[in-house]
Design a protein around this ligand. Structure first.
Ligand code: GAR
Length: 207
């Protein structure tokens, strides 16, 4: 995938929660030398801090709720129809807690990235930090990957390890991981925007 180098990449960010990863991207995109703009933020629910962060930054927001649609496929199609109008070069899932189904992936499956708070393939799913603590691992971390149709199974772009302390609870460990996630995500979005990427099987290279 080669993104145009003639303009800053158009990035759409999907959120479901507090949006601290989104904030890191908004802060980076506010600088002149960052190669991407956050052109819209999409959420699956309202009343979340992630949407408030976008509004404070002057970024348009859209809420597409599953319960407002007849079924999952209709919700996916509504998301795809909306995102089509936003013309994204890259879609970043930043704490978006729903899986994207075929109607969305058929259209945008070549340009979606996600950040996961564990070292994939360990601890996929919505409770990665809790699951890592319950397992008793001494090292966990985070993974930024290209989204495929599985649960946190896509080709890995970047990973970094984070130590687990014996007295960590879920909130403390998650915040330690998120500090790393924010840096990795800002960095990898910039690299993808500047250089594009090539996929060979599960191996991603950023030239
Ligand atoms: C991040 O840790 C992100 O990896 C995780 O949600 C958090 C969002 O934090 N996503 C998942 O677990 C998806 N499987 P934020 O709302 O503060 O940006």
């Amino acid at each position: 995938m080669t993104l145009s180098t003639l303009h800053r990449a158009r990035v759409v960010v999907f959120v479901s929660g507090s949006g601290t990863l989104l904030q890191a991207l908004l802060d980076a995109a506010a600088t002149d030398d960052y190669p991407a703009d956050i052109v819209a933020v999409v959420a699956d629910r309202d009343g979340i801090e992630g949407l408030a962060r976008a509004e404070r930054a002057g970024v348009p927001t859209h809420v597409v709720k599953l319960r407002d649609h007849a079924d999952r496929a209709a919700w996916d199609q509504a998301l795809a129809d909306l995102v089509e109008t936003l013309r994204p070069d890259l879609i970043v899932l930043a704490g978006f807690m729903k899986l994207l189904g075929d109607p969305f992936m058929d259209r945008f499956g070549d340009r979606v990235i996600n950040s996961h708070p564990a070292l994939s393939p360990a601890f996929p799913g919505a409770h990665a930090v809790r699951d890592a603590l319950a397992y008793g691992v001494r090292v966990t971390g985070c993974t930024v990957f290209l989204v495929d149709r599985g649960v946190d199974t896509g080709p890995i772009l970047v990973q970094e390890a984070v130590p687990v302390d014996v007295d960590d609870d879920e909130a403390v460990l998650h915040e330690r991981i998120k500090k790393v996630e924010r840096r990795l995500l800002v960095d990898v979005v910039a690299r993808l925007a500047r250089e594009g990427w090539t996929l060979h099987g599960r191996k991603v290279s950023i030239p």
